[in-house]
Unconditional design. Structure first.
Lengths: 233, 238
Protein backbone atom coordinates (compact mmCIF):
# COMPACT_ATOMS: atom_id res chain seq x y z
CA UNK A 1 0.00 0.00 0.00
CA UNK A 2 1.45 3.35 -0.95
CA UNK A 3 0.87 6.52 1.00
CA UNK A 4 -1.56 8.08 -1.43
CA UNK A 5 -3.87 5.10 -1.08
CA UNK A 6 -3.56 5.38 2.68
CA UNK A 7 -4.68 8.98 2.48
CA UNK A 8 -7.75 8.13 0.41
CA UNK A 9 -8.68 5.27 2.73
CA UNK A 10 -8.30 7.65 5.66
CA UNK A 11 -10.75 10.11 4.15
CA UNK A 12 -13.12 7.22 3.45
CA UNK A 13 -12.99 6.14 7.09
CA UNK A 14 -13.78 9.64 8.23
CA UNK A 15 -16.55 10.14 5.67
CA UNK A 16 -18.25 6.84 6.53
CA UNK A 17 -18.29 7.74 10.25
CA UNK A 18 -16.64 4.43 11.12
CA UNK A 19 -17.97 3.45 14.61
CA UNK A 20 -14.63 2.04 15.83
CA UNK A 21 -12.98 5.28 14.80
CA UNK A 22 -15.72 7.26 16.52
CA UNK A 23 -15.23 5.44 19.83
CA UNK A 24 -11.50 6.08 19.71
CA UNK A 25 -12.01 9.78 19.02
CA UNK A 26 -14.61 10.16 21.77
CA UNK A 27 -12.46 8.40 24.36
CA UNK A 28 -9.45 10.55 23.44
CA UNK A 29 -11.48 13.72 23.86
CA UNK A 30 -13.00 12.53 27.12
CA UNK A 31 -9.62 11.67 28.63
CA UNK A 32 -7.82 14.79 27.46
CA UNK A 33 -10.58 17.29 28.26
CA UNK A 34 -11.09 15.75 31.72
CA UNK A 35 -7.38 16.04 32.40
CA UNK A 36 -7.37 19.67 31.21
CA UNK A 37 -10.38 20.48 33.38
CA UNK A 38 -8.86 18.92 36.49
CA UNK A 39 -5.44 20.47 35.86
CA UNK A 40 -7.04 23.91 35.39
CA UNK A 41 -9.15 23.57 38.55
CA UNK A 42 -6.01 22.73 40.56
CA UNK A 43 -3.34 24.58 38.61
CA UNK A 44 -4.92 28.04 38.26
CA UNK A 45 -5.35 28.74 41.99
CA UNK A 46 -2.10 26.94 42.82
CA UNK A 47 -0.15 28.92 40.21
CA UNK A 48 -1.66 32.18 41.46
CA UNK A 49 -0.85 31.25 45.06
CA UNK A 50 2.72 30.50 44.01
CA UNK A 51 2.88 33.94 42.36
CA UNK A 52 1.57 35.89 45.35
CA UNK A 53 2.46 33.73 48.33
CA UNK A 54 5.51 34.40 50.44
CA UNK A 55 6.76 31.29 52.16
CA UNK A 56 10.06 29.43 52.54
CA UNK A 57 10.77 27.12 49.61
CA UNK A 58 8.78 29.21 47.14
CA UNK A 59 11.71 29.63 44.76
CA UNK A 60 12.44 25.90 44.87
CA UNK A 61 8.81 25.15 44.05
CA UNK A 62 8.91 27.53 41.08
CA UNK A 63 12.04 25.86 39.72
CA UNK A 64 10.60 22.36 40.20
CA UNK A 65 7.34 23.34 38.55
CA UNK A 66 9.18 24.91 35.61
CA UNK A 67 11.38 21.83 35.25
CA UNK A 68 8.40 19.47 35.33
CA UNK A 69 7.00 21.20 32.24
CA UNK A 70 9.54 19.04 30.44
CA UNK A 71 8.50 15.83 32.20
CA UNK A 72 8.69 13.01 29.63
CA UNK A 73 5.22 11.46 29.20
CA UNK A 74 6.57 7.94 29.64
CA UNK A 75 8.02 8.92 33.01
CA UNK A 76 4.70 10.44 34.10
CA UNK A 77 3.06 7.23 32.92
CA UNK A 78 5.54 5.11 34.82
CA UNK A 79 5.00 7.05 38.06
CA UNK A 80 1.22 6.75 37.81
CA UNK A 81 1.64 3.06 36.87
CA UNK A 82 3.66 2.43 40.04
CA UNK A 83 1.08 4.30 42.12
CA UNK A 84 -1.86 2.36 40.67
CA UNK A 85 -0.34 -1.07 40.22
CA UNK A 86 -1.70 -3.80 42.47
CA UNK A 87 1.17 -3.47 44.95
CA UNK A 88 1.27 0.32 44.76
CA UNK A 89 -0.14 2.75 47.35
CA UNK A 90 -3.27 3.37 45.25
CA UNK A 91 -3.54 -0.20 43.99
CA UNK A 92 -6.73 -0.83 45.99
CA UNK A 93 -8.57 1.56 43.64
CA UNK A 94 -8.21 -0.96 40.81
CA UNK A 95 -7.76 1.91 38.38
CA UNK A 96 -4.86 0.61 36.31
CA UNK A 97 -5.74 0.07 32.62
CA UNK A 98 -8.89 2.19 32.87
CA UNK A 99 -9.71 5.58 31.34
CA UNK A 100 -9.52 6.99 34.87
CA UNK A 101 -5.85 6.06 35.08
CA UNK A 102 -5.24 7.78 31.75
CA UNK A 103 -6.93 10.96 33.00
CA UNK A 104 -4.76 10.86 36.12
CA UNK A 105 -1.57 10.39 34.11
CA UNK A 106 -2.38 13.27 31.74
CA UNK A 107 -3.33 15.51 34.66
CA UNK A 108 0.07 14.84 36.24
CA UNK A 109 1.66 15.63 32.90
CA UNK A 110 0.01 18.99 32.25
CA UNK A 111 -0.40 20.30 35.80
CA UNK A 112 3.14 21.78 35.84
CA UNK A 113 2.41 23.64 32.59
CA UNK A 114 -0.76 25.20 33.94
CA UNK A 115 0.89 26.06 37.28
CA UNK A 116 4.04 27.56 35.77
CA UNK A 117 2.34 29.66 33.10
CA UNK A 118 -0.32 30.84 35.56
CA UNK A 119 2.38 31.78 38.05
CA UNK A 120 4.16 33.90 35.46
CA UNK A 121 1.00 35.60 34.17
CA UNK A 122 -0.32 36.40 37.66
CA UNK A 123 3.08 37.63 38.84
CA UNK A 124 3.28 40.08 35.91
CA UNK A 125 -0.26 41.32 36.59
CA UNK A 126 0.51 41.79 40.27
CA UNK A 127 3.49 43.98 39.42
CA UNK A 128 1.11 46.26 37.52
CA UNK A 129 -1.81 46.16 39.97
CA UNK A 130 -0.18 45.82 43.38
CA UNK A 131 -0.30 49.39 44.70
CA UNK A 132 -3.78 50.07 43.33
CA UNK A 133 -5.22 46.85 44.76
CA UNK A 134 -3.55 47.31 48.12
CA UNK A 135 -4.78 50.90 48.19
CA UNK A 136 -8.33 49.65 47.63
CA UNK A 137 -7.87 47.29 50.57
CA UNK A 138 -6.86 44.00 48.96
CA UNK A 139 -4.55 41.54 50.69
CA UNK A 140 -2.22 39.40 48.58
CA UNK A 141 -4.38 36.31 49.00
CA UNK A 142 -7.57 38.25 48.30
CA UNK A 143 -5.97 39.37 45.02
CA UNK A 144 -5.82 35.76 43.72
CA UNK A 145 -9.39 35.59 42.35
CA UNK A 146 -9.14 39.19 41.12
CA UNK A 147 -5.97 38.53 39.14
CA UNK A 148 -7.13 35.15 37.80
CA UNK A 149 -10.22 36.86 36.41
CA UNK A 150 -8.30 39.83 35.03
CA UNK A 151 -5.74 37.54 33.41
CA UNK A 152 -8.38 35.28 31.90
CA UNK A 153 -7.42 35.94 28.28
CA UNK A 154 -3.77 35.12 28.85
CA UNK A 155 -4.68 32.16 31.03
CA UNK A 156 -6.67 30.61 28.19
CA UNK A 157 -3.34 30.23 26.38
CA UNK A 158 -1.90 28.42 29.40
CA UNK A 159 -4.82 26.01 29.37
CA UNK A 160 -4.52 25.49 25.61
CA UNK A 161 -0.84 24.65 26.09
CA UNK A 162 -1.95 22.00 28.57
CA UNK A 163 -4.53 20.68 26.12
CA UNK A 164 -1.94 20.51 23.37
CA UNK A 165 0.45 18.50 25.47
CA UNK A 166 -2.26 16.10 26.67
CA UNK A 167 -3.79 15.49 23.26
CA UNK A 168 -0.41 14.93 21.62
CA UNK A 169 1.24 12.57 24.07
CA UNK A 170 1.19 8.79 23.69
CA UNK A 171 3.61 7.44 26.28
CA UNK A 172 1.64 8.09 29.46
CA UNK A 173 -1.74 6.81 28.27
CA UNK A 174 -0.09 3.78 26.66
CA UNK A 175 1.57 2.72 29.90
CA UNK A 176 -1.34 3.24 32.30
CA UNK A 177 -4.16 2.53 29.82
CA UNK A 178 -2.70 -0.44 28.03
CA UNK A 179 -4.20 0.43 24.63
CA UNK A 180 -7.09 -2.02 25.09
CA UNK A 181 -9.32 -2.00 22.01
CA UNK A 182 -12.69 -0.45 22.65
CA UNK A 183 -11.77 0.49 26.20
CA UNK A 184 -8.55 2.44 26.57
CA UNK A 185 -7.48 2.91 22.97
CA UNK A 186 -7.02 6.58 22.12
CA UNK A 187 -6.08 8.29 18.89
CA UNK A 188 -2.39 8.50 19.72
CA UNK A 189 -2.04 4.93 20.99
CA UNK A 190 -4.02 3.68 17.99
CA UNK A 191 -1.78 5.62 15.60
CA UNK A 192 1.30 4.05 17.20
CA UNK A 193 -0.23 0.57 17.03
CA UNK A 194 -1.64 0.77 13.50
CA UNK A 195 1.59 2.23 12.16
CA UNK A 196 3.59 -0.65 13.66
CA UNK A 197 1.06 -3.12 12.20
CA UNK A 198 1.32 -1.47 8.82
CA UNK A 199 -2.27 -0.20 8.66
CA UNK A 200 -1.23 3.25 7.55
CA UNK A 201 -4.74 4.18 6.43
CA UNK A 202 -6.29 4.02 9.88
CA UNK A 203 -3.20 5.61 11.42
CA UNK A 204 -3.29 8.48 8.96
CA UNK A 205 -7.04 8.92 9.33
CA UNK A 206 -6.64 9.22 13.06
CA UNK A 207 -3.77 11.67 12.59
CA UNK A 208 -5.90 13.87 10.36
CA UNK A 209 -8.77 13.82 12.85
CA UNK A 210 -6.46 14.60 15.76
CA UNK A 211 -5.00 17.59 13.97
CA UNK A 212 -8.43 18.81 12.87
CA UNK A 213 -9.85 18.61 16.39
CA UNK A 214 -6.85 20.46 17.80
CA UNK A 215 -7.18 23.13 15.15
CA UNK A 216 -10.94 23.52 15.69
CA UNK A 217 -10.56 23.73 19.45
CA UNK A 218 -7.84 26.35 19.20
CA UNK A 219 -9.80 28.32 16.63
CA UNK A 220 -12.84 28.26 18.89
CA UNK A 221 -10.81 29.39 21.90
CA UNK A 222 -9.15 32.11 19.85
CA UNK A 223 -12.39 33.51 18.46
CA UNK A 224 -14.20 33.31 21.80
CA UNK A 225 -11.24 34.94 23.53
CA UNK A 226 -11.08 37.75 20.98
CA UNK A 227 -14.79 38.44 21.26
CA UNK A 228 -14.73 38.41 25.04
CA UNK A 229 -11.64 40.61 25.08
CA UNK A 230 -13.31 43.12 22.78
CA UNK A 231 -16.26 43.22 25.14
CA UNK A 232 -14.18 43.48 28.30
CA UNK A 233 -11.42 45.78 27.11
CA UNK B 1 -21.77 61.14 55.25
CA UNK B 2 -18.64 59.30 56.39
CA UNK B 3 -18.76 56.18 58.46
CA UNK B 4 -17.12 55.63 61.78
CA UNK B 5 -14.97 57.70 64.06
CA UNK B 6 -12.83 60.55 62.75
CA UNK B 7 -9.25 59.69 61.77
CA UNK B 8 -7.93 63.25 61.47
CA UNK B 9 -5.71 64.98 62.32
CA UNK B 10 -2.88 63.02 60.78
CA UNK B 11 0.39 63.41 62.62
CA UNK B 12 3.61 62.71 60.73
CA UNK B 13 6.73 62.80 62.86
CA UNK B 14 10.39 62.37 61.92
CA UNK B 15 9.45 60.49 58.77
CA UNK B 16 12.46 59.20 56.80
CA UNK B 17 12.76 56.80 53.91
CA UNK B 18 15.95 55.35 52.52
CA UNK B 19 16.49 53.23 49.44
CA UNK B 20 19.77 52.06 47.95
CA UNK B 21 21.74 53.97 50.57
CA UNK B 22 20.09 57.25 49.61
CA UNK B 23 17.87 59.20 51.95
CA UNK B 24 14.87 60.09 49.80
CA UNK B 25 12.79 61.56 52.60
CA UNK B 26 14.53 63.19 55.54
CA UNK B 27 12.87 63.59 58.98
CA UNK B 28 9.66 65.14 57.72
CA UNK B 29 7.17 66.24 60.37
CA UNK B 30 3.79 67.92 60.08
CA UNK B 31 0.17 67.77 61.23
CA UNK B 32 -2.74 67.66 58.82
CA UNK B 33 -6.08 68.89 60.13
CA UNK B 34 -9.45 68.02 58.65
CA UNK B 35 -11.08 70.35 56.20
CA UNK B 36 -8.18 72.18 54.60
CA UNK B 37 -6.97 71.20 51.13
CA UNK B 38 -3.26 70.47 51.38
CA UNK B 39 -1.18 70.73 48.21
CA UNK B 40 2.25 69.09 48.26
CA UNK B 41 4.68 70.87 45.94
CA UNK B 42 8.33 70.60 45.03
CA UNK B 43 10.60 69.86 42.08
CA UNK B 44 10.98 66.41 40.56
CA UNK B 45 12.49 63.92 42.97
CA UNK B 46 11.63 66.02 46.01
CA UNK B 47 9.81 63.06 47.54
CA UNK B 48 6.18 64.13 46.98
CA UNK B 49 4.88 60.80 45.72
CA UNK B 50 6.93 58.95 48.33
CA UNK B 51 5.37 61.06 51.08
CA UNK B 52 1.85 60.21 49.89
CA UNK B 53 2.62 56.51 49.62
CA UNK B 54 4.03 56.51 53.16
CA UNK B 55 1.04 58.39 54.55
CA UNK B 56 -1.37 56.05 52.74
CA UNK B 57 0.47 53.04 54.20
CA UNK B 58 1.60 51.49 50.91
CA UNK B 59 5.21 51.40 52.11
CA UNK B 60 6.89 51.38 55.49
CA UNK B 61 9.16 54.25 56.54
CA UNK B 62 12.80 53.63 57.45
CA UNK B 63 12.13 55.64 60.60
CA UNK B 64 9.51 57.98 61.94
CA UNK B 65 5.77 57.59 62.32
CA UNK B 66 2.50 58.17 60.51
CA UNK B 67 -0.24 58.39 63.12
CA UNK B 68 -3.93 58.82 62.56
CA UNK B 69 -6.20 59.94 65.36
CA UNK B 70 -7.38 56.96 67.36
CA UNK B 71 -4.88 54.52 65.90
CA UNK B 72 -5.70 52.41 62.85
CA UNK B 73 -7.32 54.09 59.87
CA UNK B 74 -7.26 51.14 57.49
CA UNK B 75 -9.90 51.55 54.79
CA UNK B 76 -10.76 55.10 55.89
CA UNK B 77 -8.39 56.93 53.56
CA UNK B 78 -8.02 56.42 49.83
CA UNK B 79 -5.52 57.30 47.11
CA UNK B 80 -5.78 58.36 43.50
CA UNK B 81 -2.76 57.46 41.39
CA UNK B 82 -1.27 59.30 38.48
CA UNK B 83 -2.40 56.45 36.25
CA UNK B 84 -5.28 54.52 37.77
CA UNK B 85 -5.43 50.75 37.31
CA UNK B 86 -8.80 49.59 36.09
CA UNK B 87 -9.79 45.93 36.14
CA UNK B 88 -10.98 44.16 32.99
CA UNK B 89 -14.64 44.57 33.78
CA UNK B 90 -17.27 47.25 33.43
CA UNK B 91 -17.01 50.63 35.13
CA UNK B 92 -19.74 49.51 37.52
CA UNK B 93 -17.92 46.19 38.06
CA UNK B 94 -14.83 48.07 39.15
CA UNK B 95 -16.84 49.92 41.79
CA UNK B 96 -18.40 46.65 42.95
CA UNK B 97 -14.96 45.14 43.39
CA UNK B 98 -13.66 48.10 45.39
CA UNK B 99 -16.72 48.03 47.65
CA UNK B 100 -16.29 44.30 48.20
CA UNK B 101 -12.68 44.94 49.25
CA UNK B 102 -13.97 47.61 51.61
CA UNK B 103 -16.17 45.01 53.30
CA UNK B 104 -19.50 46.49 52.26
CA UNK B 105 -22.31 43.88 52.49
CA UNK B 106 -23.25 42.46 49.11
CA UNK B 107 -26.76 43.96 49.00
CA UNK B 108 -25.45 47.48 49.60
CA UNK B 109 -22.85 47.44 46.83
CA UNK B 110 -25.12 48.01 43.84
CA UNK B 111 -26.92 51.08 45.27
CA UNK B 112 -23.63 52.53 46.55
CA UNK B 113 -21.89 52.00 43.22
CA UNK B 114 -24.79 53.54 41.29
CA UNK B 115 -24.86 56.43 43.73
CA UNK B 116 -21.15 57.11 43.20
CA UNK B 117 -21.51 57.11 39.41
CA UNK B 118 -24.55 59.38 39.58
CA UNK B 119 -22.83 61.72 42.02
CA UNK B 120 -20.19 62.53 39.43
CA UNK B 121 -22.36 62.27 36.33
CA UNK B 122 -20.83 58.98 35.16
CA UNK B 123 -24.04 56.95 34.77
CA UNK B 124 -23.54 56.78 31.00
CA UNK B 125 -20.36 54.76 31.25
CA UNK B 126 -21.62 52.32 33.91
CA UNK B 127 -21.71 49.30 31.63
CA UNK B 128 -18.69 50.18 29.49
CA UNK B 129 -15.48 48.19 29.85
CA UNK B 130 -13.35 50.32 32.16
CA UNK B 131 -10.13 49.76 30.23
CA UNK B 132 -11.71 51.05 27.04
CA UNK B 133 -12.45 54.44 28.59
CA UNK B 134 -10.29 57.47 27.81
CA UNK B 135 -7.61 58.51 30.28
CA UNK B 136 -9.78 61.30 31.60
CA UNK B 137 -12.80 59.04 32.03
CA UNK B 138 -10.68 56.42 33.78
CA UNK B 139 -9.37 59.00 36.23
CA UNK B 140 -12.89 60.29 36.91
CA UNK B 141 -14.03 56.71 37.42
CA UNK B 142 -11.07 56.11 39.75
CA UNK B 143 -12.12 59.12 41.80
CA UNK B 144 -15.72 57.91 41.91
CA UNK B 145 -14.39 54.51 42.99
CA UNK B 146 -12.42 56.13 45.81
CA UNK B 147 -15.42 58.27 46.77
CA UNK B 148 -17.66 55.20 46.90
CA UNK B 149 -15.49 53.78 49.69
CA UNK B 150 -16.37 56.92 51.70
CA UNK B 151 -12.89 57.79 52.88
CA UNK B 152 -12.31 60.63 55.30
CA UNK B 153 -9.06 61.58 53.61
CA UNK B 154 -8.08 61.34 49.95
CA UNK B 155 -4.50 61.37 48.68
CA UNK B 156 -4.08 62.39 45.03
CA UNK B 157 -0.75 61.89 43.30
CA UNK B 158 -0.58 64.21 40.29
CA UNK B 159 -4.02 63.05 39.19
CA UNK B 160 -4.20 65.34 36.15
CA UNK B 161 -0.61 65.36 34.90
CA UNK B 162 -1.47 63.02 31.99
CA UNK B 163 -4.83 64.63 31.16
CA UNK B 164 -6.03 67.31 28.75
CA UNK B 165 -7.48 70.60 30.06
CA UNK B 166 -11.12 69.49 29.87
CA UNK B 167 -10.45 66.31 31.84
CA UNK B 168 -8.29 68.29 34.27
CA UNK B 169 -11.16 70.69 34.89
CA UNK B 170 -13.52 67.76 35.49
CA UNK B 171 -11.16 66.22 38.04
CA UNK B 172 -10.65 69.55 39.80
CA UNK B 173 -14.43 69.98 40.05
CA UNK B 174 -14.72 66.50 41.56
CA UNK B 175 -11.97 67.31 44.06
CA UNK B 176 -13.85 70.48 45.03
CA UNK B 177 -17.02 68.43 45.52
CA UNK B 178 -15.20 65.98 47.79
CA UNK B 179 -13.71 68.89 49.71
CA UNK B 180 -17.09 70.59 50.09
CA UNK B 181 -18.48 67.33 51.50
CA UNK B 182 -15.83 67.33 54.19
CA UNK B 183 -13.24 64.97 52.72
CA UNK B 184 -9.65 65.86 53.57
CA UNK B 185 -7.70 66.51 50.34
CA UNK B 186 -3.93 65.92 50.14
CA UNK B 187 -2.68 66.34 46.59
CA UNK B 188 0.62 66.65 44.78
CA UNK B 189 0.88 68.68 41.61
CA UNK B 190 3.42 70.14 39.22
CA UNK B 191 0.90 72.63 37.92
CA UNK B 192 1.31 76.01 39.63
CA UNK B 193 -2.06 77.24 38.37
CA UNK B 194 -3.77 74.16 39.75
CA UNK B 195 -2.02 74.60 43.07
CA UNK B 196 -3.24 78.20 43.28
CA UNK B 197 -6.78 77.13 42.38
CA UNK B 198 -7.02 74.35 44.93
CA UNK B 199 -4.66 74.99 47.83
CA UNK B 200 -5.67 76.07 51.30
CA UNK B 201 -2.18 75.25 52.52
CA UNK B 202 1.05 74.13 50.90
CA UNK B 203 3.69 71.64 51.94
CA UNK B 204 6.89 72.39 50.03
CA UNK B 205 9.45 69.61 49.72
CA UNK B 206 12.97 69.84 48.37
CA UNK B 207 15.52 67.01 48.35
CA UNK B 208 13.32 65.04 50.72
CA UNK B 209 13.14 67.79 53.31
CA UNK B 210 10.10 69.78 54.31
CA UNK B 211 11.00 73.42 53.78
CA UNK B 212 7.61 75.08 54.18
CA UNK B 213 4.19 74.19 55.54
CA UNK B 214 2.22 77.39 55.25
CA UNK B 215 -1.18 78.79 54.26
CA UNK B 216 -1.50 79.02 50.49
CA UNK B 217 -1.56 82.83 50.18
CA UNK B 218 1.52 83.17 52.30
CA UNK B 219 3.33 80.51 50.31
CA UNK B 220 2.56 82.00 46.90
CA UNK B 221 3.01 85.67 47.89
CA UNK B 222 5.75 85.57 50.51
CA UNK B 223 7.64 82.30 50.40
CA UNK B 224 10.12 82.19 53.24
CA UNK B 225 12.89 80.00 51.84
CA UNK B 226 15.04 80.87 48.83
CA UNK B 227 14.23 77.45 47.33
CA UNK B 228 10.49 78.13 47.43
CA UNK B 229 11.03 81.63 46.04
CA UNK B 230 12.99 80.21 43.12
CA UNK B 231 10.41 77.43 42.62
CA UNK B 232 7.52 79.91 42.43
CA UNK B 233 9.48 82.11 39.99
CA UNK B 234 9.68 79.03 37.80
CA UNK B 235 13.41 78.56 38.07
CA UNK B 236 14.90 75.10 37.78
CA UNK B 237 15.74 73.61 41.14
CA UNK B 238 17.89 70.59 41.82
Amino acid sequence: MNQQNAFITALDLIASLDPVLGDIVLLSLKVTLSAVLIAAAIGLPLGAALALGRFPGRSALIVVSNALMGLPPVVAGLVVYLLLSRSGPLGFLGMLFTPGAMILAQTVLILPIVISLTRQIVEDLWAEYEEQLRSLGSSRMRAIPTLLWDGRFSLITAILAGFGRASAEVGAVLIVGGNIAGYTRTMTTAIALETSKGDLALALGLGIILLTITLLLNTGAFVAGRMAQRAAG
Amino acid sequence: MYDGRPILPLTVSGLSYEAGGKRLLDTVSFDLAAGRRTIVMGPNGAGKTLLLRLCHGLIEPTSGRVEWRGGSAVGRHAMLFQRPVMLRRSALGNLHHALALNGLPRTEREPRARQALAHFGLEDIASQPARRLSGGEQQRLALARAWAQRPQALFLDEPTSALDPAATRAIEAMVQTCHAEGMKIVMTTHDMGQARRLADEVIFLHHGRLLEHTPAEEFFDHPRTPEAQAFIRGELLW
